[in-house]
Design a protein around this ligand. Structure first.
Ligand code: ZN
Length: 459
């Protein structure tokens, strides 16, 4: 690709950007919260609005589709728009989601969450970043490449805009399986993550996986008087506490044998930022060893996320006969979830305190994601980002999971998945005062247009 192409595309994106921003603002005005307690008519409205945008952009085949959820109810409407590949050219699937998180307490926002408000270079509003900006990034890249005529679009594209990502994508797997042929692609661009900081692009190359489950500990057949038996018999809550304490070593690293960790990340997360972002109280030390980013992205993490014990208000002087704890284990990239589940079960059995009876009941399993470091698609993305920003992208990880990525990998094992996005550290996705940086969004649009061009030049 000549730099003339980049210069021309940059100018084209700049020219298109005001209309693109107006489209983003119109989408933000639709309160498309997919959480069950909210009016789902708004999710239908955002599907209809994005369908219209894709039609107007000149994609020839646009439809609203849904698939059943595991409970049998209908999934939220997704929009799928296609333009077939020129003979012999690859197809790129462009993913984003049109639903949003609930706004939370409006009093915590400085502006109306559903009235987009520009302050300086930032546009505030629920979904302004996550993920309506992802929709606009795809739309902008396609417009920049000359749709509806599409003279400069050398690849096939399928735009796939999900409507229930913020509710855990319950019908996603069924949707992929029902529409496998429609969605099949050589490269999948998931625009639902973010960049490292303003001016520094990033590719999200790792996501942690997850296993969870319940450990039940039993010590007595029924509750007994703590005065009569305490001293010779420990209550189930104390025994559970001893078991839980074995999950971490003295430094606070996960102490379950057999779990893997991935190499340390390229960049680190400042301790001060982590303290502020997590609201860690003064004097509380961080746990774990190695870089802060590594602890969050490339090592396992274990949390107790629930425990069934007698409440303080209902307490009596008895020894609890049993106790159940729900354990959530985040998995490092490269970890097999089934092996992690077995390691957790073995740990629980081995560390049963004082011979207490313990049982492990497995729960959910989600695979971690680790992008291949040097695939052709990754090289194309790195080159496109470098041209758009004038600086090379860094590889970042995410401590959480994007569960649907595992589904994409399983249903389309041969596709290269690129996780990109428009967020930056101040975007506050899911929080109050969510915003997108408009200058960065413009670079995201340019980078995606460049990426599509490069993919068309051959992988
Ligand atoms: Zn999102």
């Amino acid at each position: 690709m000549t730099s003339d192409t980049t210069v021309a595309l940059r100018a084209r994106v700049a020219e298109l950007f005001p209309a693109l921003q107006a489209d983003l603002e119109a989408l933000v005005r639709i309160p498309s919260v997919s959480a069950a307690a909210f009016d789902q008519a708004h999710v239908a409205a955002s599907a209809a609005a994005t369908e219209q945008l894709l039609r107007d952009a000149g994609l020839p085949d646009v439809q609203i589709l849904s698939a059943p959820r595991p409970d049998g109810t209908a999934g939220a409407p997704a929009v799928v728009a296609r333009r077939p590949a020129p003979e012999g050219a690859p197809t790129v699937l462009l993913y984003a989601h049109h639903d949003v998180q609930p706004p939370g307490d409006p009093a915590t926002w400085d502006t109306d969450p559903f009235e987009p408000t520009q302050v300086g270079e930032r546009l505030f509003g629920r979904g302004a970043a996550d993920d309506k900006a992802g929709i606009v990034a795809h739309l902008g890249a396609l417009r920049a490449l000359g749709l509806p005529d599409g003279a400069d679009l050398p690849v096939g594209v399928t735009v796939f805009l999900e409507g229930e990502e913020e509710s855990g994508s319950p019908s996603f797997r069924a949707f992929l399986e029902a529409h496998r042929d429609l969605l099949a692609a050589d490269v999948i661009v998931v625009a639902d993550s973010g960049n490292w900081k303003i001016g520094v692009p990033a590719l999200t190359t790792s996501l942690r996986g997850l296993v969870d489950g319940d450990v039940e500990l039993r010590v007595l057949d029924h509750a007994v008087h703590s005065g009569m038996f305490g001293g010779a018999v420990l209550d189930a809550v104390t025994l559970m506490s001893r078991l839980v304490a074995t999950f971490h070593d003295e430094a606070g690293d996960v102490a379950i044998e057999g779990l893997v960790a991935a190499p340390e990340p390229q960049v680190d997360y400042e301790e001060a930022d982590l303290r502020a972002d997590s609201s860690l109280l003064d004097g509380v030390a961080l746990v774990g060893t190695g870089s802060v980013a590594g602890r969050l992205w490339t090592k396992p993490a274990l949390s107790v996320i629930g425990m069934d014990v007698t409440s303080v208000a209902a307490a009596s002087n008895t020894l609890a006969p049993s106790c159940t704890a729900k354990i959530s284990l985040r998995l490092a990239p490269g970890q097999d979830p089934a092996a992690a589940d077995e390691a957790l079960a073995a740990h629980v059995a081995k560390h049963a305190p004082f011979g207490a009876q313990v049982t492990w009941s497995p729960g959910e399993q989600g695979k971690p994601f680790l992008a291949p470091g040097d695939s052709a698609a990754m090289r194309a993305a790195r080159a496109a980002f470098t041209e758009a920003w004038g600086t090379a992208p860094v590889d970042v990880g995410m401590g959480g999971s994007i569960p649907f990525i595992a589904d994409l990998l399983e249903v389309f094992p041969d596709a290269a998945i690129l996780v990109t996005g428009v967020e930056d550290p101040d975007s506050r996705a899911h929080g109050a005062n969510e915003s997108v940086h408009l200058g960065e969004l413009q670079k995201v649009v340019l980078a995606e247009a460049l990426l599509l061009t490069k993919v068309g030049e051959g992988l």
